[in-house]
Design a protein around this ligand. Structure first.
Ligand code: B12
Length: 209
């Protein structure tokens, strides 16, 4: 059996090939996908974040760690997202302008898909009009916006305003490590969630009205 702590450590070390191979092996062995995600990939990423905060890691290490995590996530994505439930709603998901962090929003997207939502992930570093265009094209019920930097968080307000100005029916849900409920209220977001599983709950709640 592949030891999940070994995968976690390889994420921390930024060993993308090892992470991918071990995750594949763990899946083949029948290890639980949710545990591989939480105890190996997410925990590894969070330790990388702690080390960066303490000054033990610098940007290159943080980048390698994220790349390794994403290699593992690629293996898990098809397994997490399978769902035969009718679409619970249509969601546009993206990261705010100036921000290239995409792991959090990718996980939220996967969890929403796994819960029956139709999600279109439009990428990172997106100006407000990109969200508006995509929401129109897809007749979206919800728009999810992620921002990890205190600077890019501020741009979320512009997205909410652009959505309102365009007269769209879509509700805007926001998240990211520095985002809080208080901030969401302040900028007039329809919803906020601190993590992927509460994002699913919040999305369902917003669909109800
Ligand atoms: C990996 C990482 C990177 C990678 C990103 C790779 C990638 N492809 O995403 C790289 C190395 C590129 C990077 C770059 C930078 N980073 Co960085 N990064 C991180 C790190 C370590 C982890 C982020 C992550 O992926 N976490 C794992 C995911 C699963 O968690 P999450 O993103 O929080 O998402 C969860 C929730 O927030 C929520 N959520 C997220 N999005 C959404 C959306 C919705 C709609 C909802 C409802 C919920 C939701 O659900 C998610 C799942 O549970 C964090 C540290 C940390 N502790 O967060 C710093 C961090 C975010 N980075 C930081 C900084 C400063 C930078 C740089 C500016 C560094 C620099 N000097 O260049 C650049 C900015 C680049 C840019 N323009 O965006 C700071 C931000 C500080 C701040 N408050 O402004 C942090 C907090 C590190 C720190 N302590 O200083 N980074």
């Amino acid at each position: 059996m592949v030891d999940l702590t070994k995968i976690r450590d390889s994420v921390i070390e930024g060993e993308a090939d090892e992470v991918r191979d071990m995750v594949k092996k763990a899946v083949d062995e029948g290890q639980e996908v949710g545990r591989i995600l939480n105890e190996a990939l997410l925990l590894g990423t969070s330790i990388v974040g702690d080390k960066y905060e303490k000054g033990e890691f610098f940007l290159p290490e943080m980048f390698l760690g994220a790349t390794a995590m994403k290699e593992g996530l690629k293996v898990l994505t098809p397994l997490l997202a399978h769902s035969d439930i009718k679409a619970a709603g249509t969601v546009i998901m993206g990261t705010a302008e100036g921000d290239i962090h995409d792991i959090g929003k990718t996980i939220v997207s996967i969890m929403l898909e796994a819960s029956g939502f139709m999600v279109t992930d439009i990428g990172v570093d997106l100006a407000p009009d990109k969200f508006v265009e995509a929401a129109k094209e897809n007749n979206a019920d919800l728009i999810g916006v992620s921002a990890m930097l205190t600077t890019t968080m501020m741009g979320m307000k512009d997205i909410i305003e652009a959505v309102k100005e365009a007269g769209l029916k879509a509700k805007v849900m926001i998240g990211g490590s520095s985002v809080t409920q208080e901030f969401a209220d302040e900028i007039g977001a329809d919803g906020y969630a601190p993590d992927a599983s509460s994002a699913v709950k919040k999305a369902k709640e917003l669909m109800k009205g």
